[in-house]
Each structure stands twice: as C-alpha cells, then as structure tokens.
Design a protein around this ligand. Sequence first.
Ligand code: NAD
Ligand code: UFG
Length: 338
Amino acid sequence: MSILVAGGAGYIGSHTSVELLNAGYDLVIVDNYCNSSPLVLDRIKTITGKDFKFYECNICNREGMRKIFQQEKIDAVIHFAGLKAVGESCVKPLEYYENNVWGSVALLEVMKEFGCKKIVFSSSATVYGSENKAPFVETMPVGTATNPYGTTKIYIENILQDLYKSDNEWSISLLRYFNPIGAHPSGLIGENPNGIPNNLMPYVSQVAVGKLACLSVNGNDYPTPDGTGVRDYIHVVDLALGHIKAVQRVLKKTGVDIYNLGTGKGYSVLEVVETFKRVNGVDVPYKIAPRRPGDIATCYANADKAYKELGWKAERNLEDMCRDTWNWQKKNPNGYEQ
Ligand code: NAD
Ligand code: UFG
C-alpha cells in the first residue's frame, strides 16, 4: 500500500512517515518546505533504514500534484500540509485561508480526478472552541474559533463532510489533535519552530538550553488546580501511531469518522515545567505573566472513541515527552540549521 503524506517533512508528518515506513507502507512525501528542512528526509531514512519518494510541491499547485498522481499509484493520503501559527494567522488571514483551505480543496480535486478517495486529515482540538467544556467528546457541536487558523480547520472539516455527502465512496478520517510535544527517541527528528516559539514545550526547552532567558507563564488565575492553563499533551510518536490506525481504517471502510487524539489527561503549565526540570535535571527559570488573549483555561480529550474504534491509545507519559524533547533539543540546539 502506498501512502502520500502531504506536509511529511514537518514535525508531525516526519514522525508519521517514520511509523508508516516501520509498518511496511510505501511512502510518497510531498512538501514545499515552507516550514521545514530537506535535512528531515535523510533523518527519516537514517531512523528507518528505508527509502521513499519525495516531491517538492505546493499542494495548491494542481498541475504539480497531478504529475505526482500520474507517476505514483497512491492508495490514501495523510494531509498535514498547512500553516499552523495562531498569532500569525491573525496578521495574515488570507495566507492561511489560501494555503490551508484552498490547498486542501486543490488536493481533494486532484485526488478525486485520480480516483483516490481516502484521506486522513490533521484537525485540531481548537474546533471545540470555548463553548464546549472539557473533556471534549467528538459528539459535541463544533464551536467558534478565536482565530483564522482555527477557522481553517473548521472549514476543512466541513468541506470533507460535504464531500462525503456528495459521494459516499470517500473514506475520511478527521483527527483532532490535542497538544503534540516530544520527539523521536533517537533525537534525530523533532519540532523545529521558526523564531521565538509560541508553544509551551519548545519555549521551555529553549530556556533550558540557554537560548531564551525565562519562560513567561501566561496567567496563574485560571479556574484550575494551580491557576495555570491545563492542556492534554500527547507524545508525537503516539500521535504518529494514531495515524497508522486511522489509515488502516480509511483503507478498509468508507464514511467520515472523527477521532480525538489525546491522552485524556490534562497537565498545568507549572506541572509541565516541574516535570521537565526533574526528569532532565535542568533549570527552567519562569515568571508569571498576564493571560494570553484567546486562551482557554482547560483543554483535554475524551479519548475513548479512538480506543474503541481504532484500538489506539497513547502509551507515553509526560516524563517521556519531557525526556525526548530535551534529547532532541540538546542534540539539535539550532534545530535543523546546523
Ligand atoms: P509543521 O509546520 O511542522 O508541518 C507542516 C508541513 O507542511 C511543513 O513541512 C510545511 O513545509 C508543509 N506545508 C505547509 N503548507 C504546504 C503547502 N501548501 N504545500 C506543501 N507543503 C506544505 O506543522 P505540524 O506541527 O507538523 O502540523 C501538521 C498539521 O497538524 C498541520 O495541519 C497543523 O495545523 C496540524 N496541527 C498541529 C498541531 C500542533 O500543535 N503541532 C495541533 C493541531 C493540529
Ligand atoms: N504557555 C505559557 N507560556 C508560553 C507558551 C504557552 O504559559 O510561553 C501556556 C499557554 O498559555 C497554555 C499552555 O501553555 O496555557 C499551552 O500553550 P500552547 O501554546 O503550547 O498550546 P495551546 O493549547 O494554546 O495551542 C495548541 C496549538 C494550537 C491549537 C490548540 C488547540 O498550538 O495550534 O492547541 O488544539 F489550535
């Protein structure tokens, strides 16, 4: 079976590519490197000892994508190719709608032309909005996003739902990720944020390695046990393995299935910082800062459906996530740039 991974050079895509190769799938990665490095490809080969096809192409480029589908026999697509910075999406909404929404439409059109109607899509817990209360369950109505990035995820989910209504031959899996962190235990691939990180774990690890001076904890007056924001952190390798199960399902059956990929357990910002310090024996200076606009207090999954229907659950704990993040950070203090 041959799987096309759009955005496969990125953080989650590279880890999923490793697990697809380990599981024996043939792999075709498509990426335009707008947020990744060609070095990732060699690292994937080193980890797995396996080879795969790669095409540098923007998914918005229908002609380019057609050529790939002409050359390769693709059984299913995993679609990671999107821009993902919440703050940037507020400054450049049109880029986000064009890249994420039109890119997805273009990809789906080409898939349809070639009779490939099986897709796993990277959605986000952000689609639950602030109207729902954690634990989030797939049956809850989709909420309102507070930023254009989140809106693109809601639009693309809707587009995929409509596509299935129009043609019941499609097999679609919408995976709502909670907070992916960690890295492959080899330390060869990991998250490589551009500039100053927005997300907690890359910020913590850059403070620990001395690139940044001090973590700002965004608010300690939330209605949570210690007042800081609570999130459902999931190890990126567990997340990658969830994609293998989702791909197996879309290869087998038609329909639209939605799955939360989270652990079902929330940790506060201070719990993450303390665990990181303890497990890695490093210091992470922090100060309490004002709340970050748009943040919710608590976000964690009900992860039962993925276990019942996919036979998947997260196996790695917060200590593993902190250890593997630090291993990657220490070995690659400048990400893929050295
Ligand atoms: P990432 O930026 O590391 O990976 C995305 C990859 O897609 C990059 O390699 C980028 O170069 C590529 N890409 C982007 N637009 C493209 C285009 N038009 N054509 C071809 N390639 C393109 O991000 P990630 O963290 O690996 O996230 C993957 C997906 O998961 C994204 O859709 C993201 O929105 C979603 N997601 C991520 C998180 C998270 O916290 N990381 C949470 C929820 C959902
Ligand atoms: N935080 C800090 N200091 C920082 C960074 C983050 O205190 O420097 C806090 C946040 O306020 C929040 C928690 O750490 O309480 C987690 O923040 P992240 O930015 O790591 O993650 P979010 O839950 O805010 O956002 C993530 C993804 C989004 C996605 C959202 C919902 O980054 O893309 O989950 O799925 F939309």
